[in-house]
Design a protein around this ligand. Sequence first.
Ligand code: BGC
Length: 815
Amino acid sequence: MAGASVSTPDYSEAVEAALGKLDLEAKARLLAGQDMWSLPALPEIGLGSLVMSDGPIGVRGVRWTAEDPSIALPSPTALAATWDPELARRAGTLLAQEARRKGVHVLLAPTVNLHRSPLGGRHFECYSEDPYLTGEIASGYVNGVQGGGVGTTVKHFVANDAETDRFTVDNVVAPRPLRELYLAPFEAIVENAHPWGIMSAYNQVNGTTMTEHRHLQNEVLRGEWGFDGFIVSDWMAARSTVGDILGGLDVAMPGPRTVYGDALAAAVRKGDVDEAVVDDAVRNVLRLAARVGLLDGVPGAVAEPPAALDGQALAREVARRAFVLVRNEGQALPADPARVRRVALSGAAARDARVLGGGSATVFPERVVSPLDGLTAALPEGAVTYTVGADPSDELAPADQGFELRAVCRDADGNVLGTGSLPSGQVQWIGDDLPAGVTHEALHSIEVTGTFTPRESGEHTFGTRGIGAFALSVGGRVLWEGAQAMSDAADPFEAFFGAPAERGRVHLDEGEPVEVSLRHTVHRTPDAPLTAVMFSLTHLGPRRDPDELIAEAVEAARDAELAVVVVATTDRVESEGFDRRDLRLPGRQDDLVRAVAAVNPRTVVVVNSGSPVELPWREEVAAVLLSWFPGQEGGAALADVLLGHAEPGGRLPTTWPAGLADAPVTEVRPTDGQLPYEEGLFIGYRGYDRAGVAPAYPFGHGLGYTGWEYESLEVTPAQAKVRVRNTGTREGRETVQIYLAPVADAVERPVRWLAGFASVAAAAGESVEVEIPLHGRAFEVWDEEAGAWTFVPGQYEVRACASLADARLSATLEV
Ligand code: BGC
């Protein structure tokens, strides 16, 4: 576990003094968001307004706009692939720095739900299928953020492991898997990092909505584990005044319309809620405020923020350390820059990189280095040829490349109220996040207007997404005027980020700018919990014949020393608010890879996805490098790794199946509102082991650019001491993994499980010894009858491994 947790001074006196000055109304008000991201200030007790923001790869701040850019680190799956809690701690330190820069006191992160099924839409935003690895990475992260004086909300408590019907689904989980898998990371983080907050999930667990779950929130989290932070609802998750406050939920977000505030004060007056319960929730918020330095007269938990970090450099370092080289036949990588005269790069994502996952995790980085940018900068001029090869985005998406857009806001008489620049064709203004001078009351229409300069000649398609009346014109020609009615999608993400509608096509010439305009008359939904304006101008470039695109890439690859194909998921495949339907790469990307590999034996495939995809051609190519969603510096890091300036340092934090059907859990849609976790303990590698199925690439797998010999292993119940030697010719880093396998088991348990790990660096030829603590729970199970953890004595084989499937040394331990 990385770094010490921040110890909190005893704030009880200050908290009691502040609480004593508040009347019931003020207390109830403090427990409800005043807007999308903040709690009200209470000047009478010297309390500032507490501001929260997503999370987890950057700090977006309170506005959804590129005008307020953020460093974008690699996705959480990537961070977990580093297997390095110390690096996660540094990432956290950087995020605290970003939060302070933006006036944010609490970061809505990390996400520690598990990779129960690869179909989970937010898989990219979680760390791993293994609870121990998840807990260690997240503890490092929380220690980093809080060490910078900024709070965290570990989320989503608990069992929010898929997105389908996430507001209502009842996840039915038996006590053992609940304790040993899903609660385990939360418990470890509370123990190791003392988070100042937890976010309560949308879903139900075993029949009770999580925000109202008195047993899990009050008895387990606070009672058994001693959590002393605040519990905040996921956004719009709180639905019952009395149920939530009695269930242990402290804060209902967002505001201003919530089930707390006036409704909570009324419930107390009516006698449905004891005021002492409200007081406890207020204490939790006041303690948080004191910790982050928002309560006058008491110093925050961190007196001096740590020294500043360089965000771009750290984003690049984490990306390099996260890339997982899963295949490298004949040492295809690294490529020798002196010998590579021509690199044939293809794939739509090589040019328009997908650097982060969508939904609430979105941030707007100041710059994005694509693989094309990164390789072009790293190689002599003219060395890189680029062809699209295959474009997986065959749907309209928010207008982006080539568009320069702004929003002009008008009142009902057509007077301009204000204008704002737009990062893309997507308008998403929630609460007070409006251009200067604009209010929701006065706002009648918004015109998204500006120019579009096409990258390609041909027929361009334009469309809209969102509800309400629209008028769309391109080059002065009206393409469509009409209204879009509300769909019946239940999840707001699905409703607003769902399928866009095509409205017209125009022939345009490469490099010739045209005027575009989308006028939208604001649509008001009475009684909506949030006042928001959400709609998009969407676009799709000219469709080329897919066979022709592939043929072009093949021609370019034929004589190149190195062919690099970047394949990717799209945000219609992998994002927040919905689950995946399959694990296939969209479009003709598989065909592209096969065609390029057929003409170039040095074909390297870079997989730009947040979570597993099927790679049916994996044995036909020289190398496969998983780059995840690599953050804003991904392309620069990719060049570092392909050209051997750095090793790809990652190991799989989750099993990559050969095909979806092999995964232990392939059903994430509830039946009659319920989703039974029927597989019990057997998710991820625990499930593959039980079924005797070999995946494409096992948990913990990843190749570097040097070799390792495991020289010795000594074990005690508390630790494994491993000596490894770097047998290669360059310095490198190895992730030494310790798995326990019970020799004979009296209780039902997985075949083996992760008990400890360490990241070790060594120079060429150097031998290094590392002491790896084995976590205590590795020898325990949750006894369902006793309702307690119980130690399982007996013989265990302790294996020192380079991956789950690559045991190098083993020893027997009797405990
Ligand atoms: C997500 C949370 C996020 C919140 C605020 C919710 O939809 O589930 O993870 O922090 O929105 O953006």
